[in-house]
Each structure stands twice: as C-alpha cells, then as structure tokens.
Write a protein that binds this ligand. Structure first.
Ligand code: SF4
Ligand code: MSK
Length: 665
C-alpha cells in the first residue's frame, strides 16, 4: 500500500466506472489499483474539475489588467472587451498564443537537437556520432548543399550553418522552404506566409497579441499560419532530420507495447518526454556491464529500459525499445509498483507524476534545465557528458529495486507490432531499394485501391475515453481504403489495439488490404513522435512531386485528424497542416465559438479565400471519418480519378499485375 494516501472518494465526487474512462485494459487495471491505494490521477482530477465554458470557447481575454473580459457565448457580438476588442479579436489572439507556444516548444526542441549536432560536428562531444551519412547527404542536397566529393565533416558543417537560419533568420525564407511543392510555396508567397526564422515568427506573433496591436482576426491568423509553418517546415523538421542523422533513420522493427513490457524481476527504468538524446544515452547506460552487474548484485535479473509518450515512440521506431503507454497512462503505470525510476525531460510531463511517484516510492527524476518539477529529484543532463546523468539514474533505480517494499502488480498485457516507417522507408518499401519512389503509392491512389491518405496524430485526453476515439476513427478509415499514417500518442493507442501487425490488413477495405498483403505492411504506419509530423509533410511533398495527384498539397486526396488532442503543440501542428493545404479535424473540443467570423475563417475562409486547407471540429469518430472520407472523395473528383475507383477489380489478374509491377521497379 502506498505511503502517501489521498482520500480520492472525498476528492472526486463521482466515482466513474474505469471502463468509461479508457479502453486500455492495462490502464483500467491500474486505475482500479490506484483508487484502492488512494492515489489520484488526471482521470480523477478531470472529473473533479469542470472546464470553464467561456474559456473553452476562447471567449475570455486577460491580456491586460482592465480585464479579464468575458464575452457571452450565447450572443458573442452583444459585448466587447473594455478596450473594445471583439470576440473575433479575442478568439484569434488566444488561438495565436496557443500556436506560438506550441511552435516555440517544437522549435526549442529542434534547436536543442541542432546545438547537439553542432557540438558533434565540431568534435566537442565524443558520446554521439553521425550515424546516418546517407541521410546527411540527402538532407544537405535537399537544400542545395553540394555533397559530391566532399567529406562528411564539410557537408555537416555547411548543413549546421544553413539550418541555424531555421531559427535565427530575420529576413528571407527558411531553408526547408525549398522542399515545399512549388504551387504551395507560390500560395504562401502570395499571402506573405513563407516563414522567416522561428524566433522572429514566435516573437512577432506574441507581439501582435498584446493589447492594442493587431486587432483584425484575419491578419492575426495570417501570422499564426506563418508562425506554425516555421514549426512544421522549420523547427520540427530540423528536430526529425537531425535526430535521424545522429541516431539513425527508422526502419521497420517489431516491438511490444503496453504495460506488460515491465518486468517484475528486473530493474525497470522508464524514459518519458520528447528529446532523444537523453534516451540514447540511457540505452548505453542500461547496457553497461558494470551497471548490469550492480543490478544483479541487488537481486535483479537485469535492467529493463522502457519508453513512454513521445520520446518512447521515437526510440521504439528507431531502436525497438518497448513502450509502456501513451500520455494518459503515465500516472497509471506507476501504480504497478514496478517502476524503479521514471526519468523525464520536456513536454507533456504531468506535475501529478511527482505525487504518484512519491506514493509508490518510484524515483522521479527531471533531467532538463528547462523543466524542473517540485518534489522531483533533478539530475541535469549535459550533452557533453551524457552518461554522468543516465548512469546516476540507473544507480538510483537499482537502489529502489533493492529496497522495493510495495506489492507489485503488472498487467499481463503486451501488444506486438511493426513500427518505424520513416518517410524514406515508405519510399523503399513501395518502390524497392534500388528505385525508391512514391510512384506505387500514387498509382494505387489513382487506380483507387487506396482511396486516400490520412494522418491521425496527437494526444490522449481525459475529457474523452482514452484511445477510443483514435481506434474507432482509424478502423473506420482503413475499412474505407484510407491508408493511415500516425505519430505520437495516437500511434500507441492503435498499437495497443493490435493494428500495427500486417495481419490487421483484414480490417482494411479490399483495395487497401490488397496493397498491404502485397507489400507485407500494416494498414496503419507509425512514423514516430509528435515532432515527427514533419515526416508526413515530406511524404505529402513527395506525392506531389511524383505527379498525378495535382500540383500542391491542397490537391492531394488526404486529410488529418487529432481526435483526442490536448496540447498547444497540437494546435500549432493543426495550423501548419492547414496552412500546408490539409483538411484537418480535431476532436474533444475546439477553442472557438460557433457562428463567429473567426471560426468561419478557420473552418472555411482559409480554403475558399486563400487556397489553403481548413479546420473542422467533430467529436464523434464515425462522423469524423465520414467527413475525412468525403473530403478525400472531393479531392479525387477534382483530380478526375473518382471514376477509377469504381473500376477496381480485385481478381487474381489485377493482383498479379500489381505484384509484377512492384518487382519491376
Ligand atoms: Fe479586456 Fe481588452 Fe484587456 Fe483583453 S486586452 S483583458 S479584452 S481590456
Ligand atoms: S506526447 S503532445 S500528448 S502526442 Fe508528444 Fe503525446 Fe500529444 Fe504530448
């Protein structure tokens, strides 16, 4: 029984059946245990905390001390703020601040990766090396750096210098703008949306939201787009590409997911957060013979390293490290009593973890200078001496293992799956190693076997049943021949539901099933953490470049969704997808008020006036799927490939023809 008990019954007025909170069996089991132990989680706090209806619709403003000003949701135009700000100004400013914060989070993460790269290139760090020189050359070439006959060091030095502009450039276009399909770029140039460095875009967006600056929702939203694009095609893309260059580009790997990956007879170390550098060092620490010996001397069979949340998704994709669960399972997993140390870096780390960890005597360790948590032990991670931090965490975990005093209950649930589909690998998988290409994907979309492509990404959120919206949405999409790409916590939700196996192809519609069986791939492809959404942008650009599906990203039969989103990063991701031309639907709730000019701009005007994508909001997964499919069909019709779909024949001849085509490529 846990030492530090909270009387949950007293705190949470209604006790809800755990099956209504999550469809994750392991999380249900642990929520019951946590209740029995008197330990509260975000699920309990969400029941206890009613969301403010005015705030959830972004109808309040506290940007100055003449307020806070709250507008009436029933009649949004009946009132204005003390300064005269209208509901459209207030909502668009609030939305802009979410974009700015989300973009800042991704770009600061990307900047940290780039700083690490610089130190490696300059020879100031010995523990990390450039692992993927092929990717280094490809990224360098994509922004016009000469690679032929040059050393890795010279190419890397040039790449660092150019990519620094992604953050610091005060005029001109960011380097990865060169990867944007020409027609999409033309639209951005026409409306002044091409980003400069992320620092200036975030700074300008925040400036504009100060009282008395930008007071036209349309103009504020333009800067929101520009800022979000500096994240998607800037900070996030740099984080992904540099991560691949330093630590290796993911290729498919079989991995187990769910809480059953914890081992009762081993020292369990969980890494949770977003940056891969600490996790990479931890891989090295847990394999250190001296530390393994120390663990054995403490009575353990070994050291078991497990990931959670997004750094977990990244390491799972790159190295096959098992994954214990997504955002809404991070407190529940502590109730197993089996976690000897949980170390965290940045983003999506609930402060409540400190209390839950204390209850179960788990060592809860923060490692990043940006993210301390009251009640946690802080062991600062330094790229120049990474093992000093990760070795110490392992030593503390061994100490906790030795002194385990609480009962252990590990849900016996693991879900196998294949993960690690980088955009490069999707190329090789479909086109073959020697003629890697997106042509077969485009062909299968044109001939109608694949109806379209959907990106289903984002968080889990206690305001909806954990994982349920993700799973139902994705099942509905693949049933209708839509190929699904996933990142972050969404990926883990579907992995737990068993959709990451090639056998899951039987849940797909006949066309998608045919393609999956021919190639041997699952109908749902996991491509990494939330920062790796940039891989979806690159895949979309490749599809445009190959031809046959229009001239811009907006022409593609594609859609995006974050059905259980919760973070400001998700809003930035949504805005950069929309500004890149993608129809993007969010679930749970949407921070605007129905009937306002601002909402009409997001849900319609961005597409109809500016030729970008557009936002939508639907809470129900089936309706969400239908809207995404309707959008995909609209795009197919505009491309003139809607008829092809009706001619699909799944007989043996067409199957042989498809196989022969793949072999010939
Ligand atoms: Fe109210 Fe205007 Fe101040 Fe916002 S900026 S709190 S709307 S007075
Ligand atoms: S961790 S941003 S809960 S995906 Fe990237 Fe998961 Fe969302 Fe955080």
């Amino acid at each position: 029984m846990a030492d530090k008990k909270i009387d949950i019954k007293k705190k949470v007025k209604k006790e809800v059946d755990v099956r209504d909170l999550t469809i994750c069996d392991a999380t249900q089991q642990m929520l019951l245990k946590a209740r029995k132990d008197g330990v509260e989680t975000a699920f309990d706090r969400a029941l206890d905390m009613k969301p403010c209806p005015i705030g959830s619709q972004s109808a309040c403003c506290k940007n100055c001390s003449m307020g806070p000003c709250r507008l009436n949701a029933k009649d949004p135009y009946a009132k204005v703020g003390v300064c005269g700000a209208t509901v459209d100004t207030i909502q668009s400013r609030n939305f802009a601040r979410m974009v700015a914060t989300g973009a800042a989070a991704h770009t600061d993460h990307g900047m940290a990766m780039l700083e690490l790269f610089r130190e490696v290139v300059r020879g100031n760090i010995a523990d990390y090396k450039i692992q993927d020189t092929r990717k280094l050359e490809e990224v360098a070439q994509s922004i016009g750096i000469e690679t032929v006959g040059r050393s890795v060091e010279d190419i890397a030095t040039d790449l660092y210098e150019q990519l620094e502009a992604t953050y610091t450039q005060i005029e001109g276009e960011i380097p990865f703008a060169k990867r944007v399909p020409p027609k999409t770029l033309e639209t951005w140039r026409k409306y002044g949306l091409v980003p400069r460095g992320a620092m200036i875009e975030v700074m300008e967006l925040l400036h504009r939201t100060h009282i008395g600056v930008d007071q036209h929702y349309d103009n504020i939203t333009k800067q929101s787009s520009r800022c979000a694009l500096s994240d998607g095609w800037g900070g996030s893309m740099v984080a992904t590409e540099i991560g691949d260059i330093l630590f290796g580009t993911p290729t498919p790997v079989a991995v187990d997911v769910n809480m059953g990956v914890l081992k009762e007879d081993e020292v369990n170390v969980i890494v949770h957060g977003h940056e891969p550098n600490m996790f990479e060092s931890m891989v090295s620490s847990v394999n250190d013979p001296e530390l393994i010996k120390a663990a054995q001397a403490a009575g353990a069979k070994g050291i078991n390293l497990v990931g959670m949340c997004c750094s977990g998704a990244e390491m799972m994709s790159r190295h096959g490290v098992p994954h214990a669960g997504n955002f809404m399972s991070t407190e529940a997993v502590l109730a197993t009593g089996a976690v000897d140390a949980m170390c965290v870096d940045i983003q999506c780390i609930k402060q409540g973890l400190a209390t839950a960890a204390e209850c179960y005597k788990t060592k809860f360790i923060t490692t990043n200078r940006r993210a301390h948590i009251e009640g946690a032990t802080h062991i600062e991670f330094d790229d120049h001496e990474p093992r000093a931090c990760t070795d110490e965490i392992v030593i503390q975990a061994i100490g906790r293992f030795k002194n385990r005093s609480l009962p252990i209950e590990i849900p016996k649930i693991t879900n196998p799956g294949i993960h690690g589909f980088s955009h490069e690998y999707i190329n090789y998988m479909l086109g073959g190693t020697f003629r890697a290409s997106y042509t077969p994907l485009n062909d299968n979309i044109i001939n109608g076997r694949i109806r379209g492509v959907a990106g289903v990404v984002g968080c889990t959120n206690p305001r909806v049943k954990q994982d349920w919206v993700h799973v139902e949405l994705v099942k509905e999409l693949i049933k209708n021949d839509v190929l699904v790409l996933q990142t972050g916590c969404a990926q883990i939700a579907l992995a737990k539901a068993g959709l990451y196996t090639p056998e899951a192809a039987h849940l797909a519609g006949p066309g998608l099933k045919e393609v999956c069986e021919t190639v041997g791939m699952p109908p749902v492809l996991g491509i990494g953490s939330c920062v790796d959404n940039s891989r979806i942008l690159i895949a979309a650009s490749e599809m445009v470049k190959i031809g046959g599906l229009g001239d811009s990203i907006a022409d593609l039969p594609a859609a995006g969704a974050a059905p259980e989103w919760m973070s400001e990063k998700a809003i930035s991701i949504g805005q950069y997808f929309v500004a890149s031309g993608v129809y993007t639907v969010f679930g749970v709730t949407f921070p605007t008020m129905e009937g306002t000019k601002f909402q009409k701009l997001l849900f319609d005007g961005l597409e109809s006036t500016y030729g970008l994508g557009k936002w939508d909001f639907v809470a129900d997964p089936y309706e969400m799927a239908q809207k995404m499919i309707a959008h995909i069909d609209k795009k197919r019709k505009a491309l003139g490939i809607d008829k092809a779909r009706e001619r699909v024949l799944m007989d043996m001849d067409s199957r042989r023809e498809m196989e022969a085509k793949y072999q010939a490529m």
